[in-house]
Structure formats: C-alpha cells, structure tokens
Write a protein that binds this ligand. Structure first.
Ligand code: FE2
Length: 200
C-alpha cells in the first residue's frame, strides 16, 4: 500500500480567521505531503510493512528494521499526527458529552483544563505536539517532541495541537500563545468525544 494524502474534510479557508487559508493549504499540501512521501520512500521494497496501517507501525516501532526505524518514527509519525489533527478542527463546536464530564472531573472545569493545556503548549521547547491523551484510562495532558506520536508510548490521543512553527508562523509569526488561544475556537469537541468514547 502506498500512503496517500487524503483531502481535508473542509475548505482551506474554513477555519478563518483563527487559522488562515494559506497556512492550512501549505500545511496540508506541502508539510503533510512531505511526511507521506518520505514514509513511502522509507518503506520501499518492504511489502509487509507497506501493508500495515501507519498507526500500527508506530505502536510496534521496535519491530521495524533499525535502518528505517527513525524514518518511520519521524515521517510515519508526521503522517499519523496530521491525519489525526485535521478532523479535530472545526469552528463553533461546543464542549459537551462524556468528554466534558471527564474533563470537569479530572481538571476541575474547562477553564483549568484550558489553562493547563495552553501553558503546556506554550512552554514546549522547539517543535512538537501537545496532547490530551488517555493513559490507562486516565486523562492526561502531555507533549511529544518532533513528530513522535503518543501511540509510541501506548497512549491514546484524544486531542492534539501541532506547535511546530509551520502550523502558525505565517499568521502569528513567533506569537505561539496567540495561536494556542485561537486553536481553542476551532476544536471539534464532537471528534474528541468520539475518540474518548472509542477508547474508554
Ligand atoms: Fe504540522
């Protein structure tokens, strides 16, 4: 199986003004596409690995031949993380459902959760991701460096925020906290709830 870039589930300008059209277009058609191209290149000639879902490759990294393990970790991670990220973005979705109750119980309310998630994302050094994950049935805010996926650690991602500069610098330059604040206007909580229900 050759991995392919799926279209976004919305128009490139659907998240304006919070995430701008040009950023979405470049992020999807250039950055995400490059991770896919490099993953395909790493898996060339490896029929069994090509036929595995990329999530499964990440969950079983230690079984991947050492010569391509880092490439699969980085580019497979980039592919999986971005494929997970796009459907998490939608304007005007209210936090409700089972995930709302779980966030309230764990973090003492949405505002506390938002504060903790935002400061974790703002403080992440360099390029990486900030996540809300389920770890052994416990909700946790975590970060991963580079394109590492929480799947590598056996965690289930529920919500992820790309804090690589390529995700925000066209519009926000170096103002990552403004991008994080904007992100909270485009979280598709229905999708987060769906991930939570599937995993718990
Ligand atoms: Fe990205």
């Amino acid at each position: 199986m050759i991995h392919k870039l799926e279209p976004l589930p919305y128009a490139y300008d659907a998240l304006e003004p919070y995430i701008d059209e040009q950023t979405m277009r470049i992020h999807h058609t250039k950055h995400h596409q490059t991770y896919i191209d490099k993953l395909n290149a790493a898996l060339e000639g490896q029929k069994a690995l090509q036929d595995m879902k990329p999530e499964k490759l990440l969950k079983n990294l230690n079984t991947i031949p050492e010569t391509i393990r880092t490439a699969v970790r980085n580019h497979g991670g980039g592919h999986v993380n971005h494929s997970f990220f796009w459907p998490l973005l939608k304007k005007d979705v209210k936090l409700e459902g089972k995930i709302k109750d779980a966030i309230n119980t764990k973090f003492g309310g949405f505002d506390s959760f938002k504060k903790a998630f935002s400061s974790t994302a703002a403080l992440l050094f360099g390029s990486g991701w900030t996540w809300l994950v389920l770890d052994k049935n416990d909700l946790q805010i975590t970060t991963t460096p580079n394109q590492d996926s929480p799947l590598i650690q056996g965690q289930t991602p529920l919500l992820g925020l790309d804090v690589w500069e390529h995700a925000y610098s066209l519009k926000y330059q170096n103002r990552r906290p403004e991008y994080i604040e904007a992100f909270f206007n485009v979280i598709n909580w229905n999708k987060v709830d769906e991930h939570f229900r599937t995993a718990s």
